[in-house]
Structures are given as structure tokens and as C-alpha cells.
Design a protein around this ligand. Sequence first.
Ligand SMILES: Cc1cc2nc3c(=O)[nH]c(=O)nc-3n(C[C@H](O)[C@H](O)[C@H](O)COP(=O)(O)OP(=O)(O)OC[C@H]3O[C@@H](n4cnc5c(N)ncnc54)[C@H](O)[C@@H]3O)c2cc1C
Length: 668
Amino acid sequence: MKRIWQPLLAAALSISMAACSSASTASSASTAASAGGTVKDGTYTASKQGMNDQVEVSVEFASGAIKSVEVTKESETPGVGGPLKDSDGSVIENGGLSPIEAIPQRIVEEQSVNVDSVTGATITSATIISAVKDCIEQAGGNTDDWQSEHTHEAQKDISADVVVLGGGGAGLAAAVSAAEQGATVAVIEKNGEVGGDTLVCGAIYNTPDEALQAEVTMTDAVKAKIEEALAEDPISDEHASLQAEVQKQWNEYKAAGRTDLFDSKEWYALQTWINGDKVANLDLVKVLCYNAYDGLQWIEGLGMKFSDKIGQGAGSLWQRTHTSTMQMGTGFISTYLKNIADMSDKITILTESTAESLVQDADGKVTGAVCKDVHGNEFTASAAKGVILTTGGFAANAKMVQEYNTSGKWQDLSKTMTTNRTSCSQGDGITMALAAGASLTDMEQIQLLYLGNTRDGQLTKYPPRVVNGTDQVIFINKNGERFVREDGRRDEICLAVLQQPDGVFYFLESGDGEGYKDITDPEWRSADGFTFQYLLDNGYVLQADTLAEMAEKIGCDAETLQKTVDTFNASVDSGDDEYGRQLFSTKLEDGPWVATARQACVHHTMGGVTIDTSTRVLDESGNPIQGLYAAGEVTGGIHGGNRLGGNAVVDTVVFGKLAGETVTADAK
Ligand SMILES: Cc1cc2nc3c(=O)[nH]c(=O)nc-3n(C[C@H](O)[C@H](O)[C@H](O)COP(=O)(O)OP(=O)(O)OC[C@H]3O[C@@H](n4cnc5c(N)ncnc54)[C@H](O)[C@@H]3O)c2cc1C
């Protein structure tokens, strides 16, 4: 296995060795001077606010040198600020280093607090550096004396059969898939750790799954959704033929007198395409939906584990959502990395390396990429077989979002927060592909999601029922009133949320139902790892024993809130809801009540580079650009005007795997 984190090279090492050796020959007196100045030997601790919570650092000084730096307490995001861990708690290191590991290592080796931050995790990096500075001061030192700079060797040019630009979900799927076909692969990732937005995703994955859906009973309201889709006038021959196929399956289902949930890959495709406003390329939608189950089996075969319960993720519109058993998207990334560790003769990952442009030969064939290492040194990654673009979307690039926000669906989005990681979704791949002659599709199709927390827009500090418990929550505004169906399309919910007072609403949950977990249990954790007490103490959730008490905490009229809940409970009995909701499982009756404020944030960019059904990037004339492939959120044409919740991760698995197969097949 090739090491992927290479910040400390010969020069830095020799300097740090010198610092250590001079320290070891220093007197054993408790105060000594070294390259870093004078400090009093001993162990000191400091605690500073990190990205999520306090980060506690312990520094040991011996013979005037920094002997060790250890992060003793932290709750930073796994795989971003904190280390990525496997389900057994072991740290997975071959996808890069988190600041929790890298910054202490850099400080000790360089005997300096003037070390590079880990790209993509600058807040946690700065927090640790600041805590170490605090410890230096506690030890009587002067932080100005610990500022030495180090020279780092430049990254050399590299070459492989396949170069993958971007180490998120689609990139790692493509890398594993290409290596499975026998290719050597170099993954170029700009952050300190791989994972991208896939790492922090809710890990909901849609696919029909007969075995799990056999447990779900189909209600009349849900049946009506199919009838409605089949009654539509087709807008093309492809639409008509897909409708006819689903009609046949639906007739067979009814004739068999079945009561379990109807589903098929064709119905999944039809529903995905219709609810993307028939904007997407239906051929690409079919590739997505027809291969989703194979994709699930492929990644399960690689070791990934999903819950054995099927749900309906937020905005997924059908009970075909599978959920990872691990925190956020860490299950996907750790699964890929464990397989990559076993393929170390084939796959190399370079982190803190940014692709800047594509290299093309005289015929326009893409043969590699010009990249920059973390210190700004340019190097070339050459690809014998092809380059796969997997750099993600552009939801975190406010300027680009605003530039392409022309569909008329949304008003000014320039000040709207994003759920995406700012270090990832900047649209780099789209810019590079455009410069290489690629065409773009559906760039104006931008998705907002109503699950952003009200402080920074991130999908963190999750409420108890998170994104997969739509059947057990209602959404209320600051007046204590419902305003939208909770099981509807993401865009419709977001448009409704934007009309509410302050553009904010609450997820309201009760203590009822199968999905209720005892939030007071100290073992309970939100999907991103926080205790309920933390969420409560820090104002992310409100808790009350009675509805009247909850009304007081929200600041709304108690009678109004009671009436809202009573009316909803009556709908659970009748199946007839004033907002057209069709998914009911639980009446909201008993405390503890939990309310979580959320807002609509820029979440997904459905547009991107144009691809064919085998992931080849197409130019303006619809011809493949030789040597260039793309998968994941960097592409357009798959999700249309409204991406269904739980379909984007499928996109990364299905199209990532396909890209790895196509690039190797094309080269034969
Ligand atoms: C908070 C959140 C929750 C979500 N939850 C779900 C969910 O539960 N289910 C679902 O289906 N979808 C979900 N989505 C959407 C889905 O996660 C994303 O669409 C998908 O993960 C994107 O995968 P990707 O591989 O295309 O991009 P990413 O996973 O973002 O990977 C792109 C990688 O490329 C790197 N990169 C970018 N530019 C460069 C460059 N110039 N050089 C080198 N590297 C570069 C980035 O740093 C990043 O690591 C969620 C999204 C977010 C933000």
C-alpha cells in the first residue's frame, strides 16, 4: 500500500530530527531552551472550540522540545475533522489523515506551530494549533519562537492507466471498479481526506427490494400514486413504452390480490423521471434505476452493511429507501477504503492534491490532468486509458449557483446557506470539462433541501427521527400550524418553507410509534454522533413533556398547536389529509415532544457535464471526448428538475462503477 499522506518530506524530517537530537542532549533541568525557545518541561492541556464542540489537546514538553501532542477529547466530524473509523472503531488511514492525527504529527516533527492546515478541515486544524499555542504559553514559552518554516518536496508527476479526479463516493466507486477490471488507478483528491460530500451524506439509498418491501402494506392513497402516473398522457414513445410496462406489472399485481408494496425497476424509473418534471434524459434515468439493486449488491459484496428495514427517505416518494448501519456516509467510504487497501498494488490515492485542468493531445483526447500539491507545486497525472471526473457538484459555490439559477423556481439564492461541504462542491470538474470542450446539461436545475440546521445550513445535529422517519413527524411553522405535506417533493416543501415566518419550520415528533427511541438514554446518539443532552443544551432541539409546554417553547398559541396535532391525528385515521399527505404510520399523542428548527438550503446541483449511458463525456455535437468519463454529481441529465432523496448515492455507486468498467473496456 502506498502511503497517501505525504506532507513531511526529507527536508522537514531532517529539521525535526535535528530539533529532537538537540533536545535529547539538553540538560535534564525542568526548563530548557531548544530550537523553539524556552519552555518548562511537563504536560499541559488546553481546550478550544472546534467545528462541532470543544477539542482538548495535551502537550508534553521534555528537555525544551515538544515531545508529544495528543488530542484527548473531540467530537469532530468523522472523516473530516476527526479520523474515519470502521464499524469496530478502528481508524482507517489509507484515505488520508484527519487534523486530529496530522496536526499533532506535523507539530512534533517540525517542532513548530507554523504547520500546514489539513485541506478541507481548516477549522479543526486551527483549533488544534491554537490549543498547542495555549500550552506553549502555559509552559512559559513564547509562541513566536515556535514558528519555523519547513521546505517540502514537490509532488512528482505520476501515471496510471486511469486517473480519477475527486475521491468522493463516485470517485472511489470508479477506482475500485477500474481496479477490478485490472487497471492501475491514481485518485487525486484535493482535501486532506477522501470522502467528499458522500462522507457526510445521510446514506439513504433507493432501490426496489422485494424481500424488504414484502413487509410493507400498500394503502389506497399509495395505490393512487401509481394510477395517477399511469393515467398521464405520454409525452414521448419512450414514456409510453415505460408506462405500458408498468401498467402490465400493476395489472398482474392487482390480479394476484397482493397487499404488499408494489415496486419494480420500471416503476422506480418512471417515478424518478416524472418527479424530476420529465426534464432528465430517460435513458440515463433507466441506467440509474435499473442498476440500483445490482449496485446495492455490489457494494454489499464489498462489505457495506445496510439496515434490514425499508423506509421512505425525505423526498424519495416511495418506501424503497435503504439506510447504512454506520454514521452518515462513513459506511460507503470506509467500505471503499478497505477494499482499496487490499488493492494497494493497483490504486494510489493522493490527498491534498487539486486537479486544475485537463491535458489533451493534438487530437483532443484527454490524457491526464495538471494538478497542484498542497504547497502549490504543479505536477501531471497521466492516464494511459482515461480520466474519470468525479469532482462532485457546485452547491457550495454561491457565485456559480447564482449564475445558473435561471429556472425561475427559486428567487435569489446568493445568501441561501448550503448543506454541502465548502471544500468540496465548488464545480471544479465542470469548469475543467468545459475548457476541454464538454457540453453541459440541466445546469439551471438546482435543488434546495429543507433539512439544514438554522445556524450553518449543514445537515448536522440531527433530530431523533432524522431523514428516514417522515411517516412519524409533522412540520409546523412558528405559529404552530402545518403548511405542507411532509412526504412530498423536496422542491415543493422548500418553496412552502420559504413562505413561512422567518423561513423556518420545526420537525415535530412525539414519543409514539415504532421509530421512537428513548432520547434520554445516554447511549442515544444523533446520526452525526451527538447525545440528546448536547442537542438540547446547545439549542438545536426543544423538548417538552406536554404539547402546551412545547407551544410555549416555540412561542406559539397552545390551542393552535393542539388543533394542528388533533387534525393530523384524524387524518391518520381517515387517510385523508388537508395537504395531501399519503404516508401515515403514527398518531402523535404522547410526550416527550421534540421540535427541531430547520430551513431550506442549497443542497444538490442536478446539472453538470453531459454523458452518454456509459459515462463518456460528450462534446457540443454529442460526440464522446476521447479519454474523458464522468460520474456522480458532476454530471447532468440524470435527475432532471427535482432529484429524489436517496437517488444521488445510487448515482455515485451505479455510475461510478460503470465509469470504471467503461474506461477499461474502451481501452481494449
Ligand atoms: C449533507 C448531505 C447529505 C446527503 N444525503 C444524501 C443521502 O442520504 N442520499 C443520497 O442519495 N444523497 C444524499 N446527498 C447527496 C449526495 O451525497 C451527493 O450527491 C453525492 O454524495 C455526491 O457524490 P460525488 O462523488 O459526486 O461527490 P463528492 O462525494 O462530493 O466527491 C467529490 C470529491 O471531489 C473532490 N474534488 C473536487 N474538486 C476537486 C479537484 N479540483 N481536484 C481534486 N479533487 C476535487 C472533493 O473534495 C470531493 O472529495 C447528500 C448531500 C449532502 C451534502
